[in-house]
Design a protein. Sequence first.
Length: 266
Amino acid sequence: MKNAAGLTGHQPTAGTVAGRSLPGTHVPPATTSIQAAPTGEASTRDRVTLLLLERRAATAAQLGDALGLSPAAIRRHLDAMLAEGDVVAREQTVRGHRGRGRPAKVFLLTDAARSRCGTHHYDNMATAALRWIARTGGSQAVERFAAEQVAALEARCQAALADAGDDPMARAEALAAALTAEGYAASASTIASGGQLCQHHCPVAHVAAEFPQLCEAETMVISRLVGTHVQRLATIAHGDGVCTTHIPGSPHAQSGKTVTTVRTDR
């Protein structure tokens, strides 16, 4: 169950974003109002993002008026969003008579920011769908759904492990490469007590935070693929920085003194 990205909405009348040429930008009028949102830096920038999704482009003054922010406050948020690569600034196209001075700049969301908005939208949709499954079919229905979702991933990874042999660590290294190709940014390493599989990205982390059955189904897949019992030590969905799975080593391997690391996420 991969995350999707992108939202339908108003199409630009001229130009584009993310560094490509933009010969002119027309700022359309607002079509809806923005609801009051909780205070705080992050929530305010979320409101700026939603407004730019609606209008496609707007000046700092227009954004400030719509959100009830002072010129200094909206400028602070826009400067932060510019620095983080969430918006770009372009000169506003002025139709008809042009007054003195340079035209005001308009701000647009970058492609990356738009993509993140779509990701959150589909995360919410997936969470709502799983809540419905839980209400109508119970936790066992969620477990069956999670198992079915990871079945295709398991089949693809199984094919990638065809030549990995029977050693669990060799299979873990091959699995890390396969998971990286699936977007998990995985790595495998040998430690004193066996091995460790780390996934530095989780496409379903927001949904799995409420439905850990997704993580449990994935852990069972890892166990089957490496050919031994494994233990999940940490998950991104639980708030940890990395999903970490411990792979117990054989007694002979645990007595060895050499510890090596194999990175497959680069």
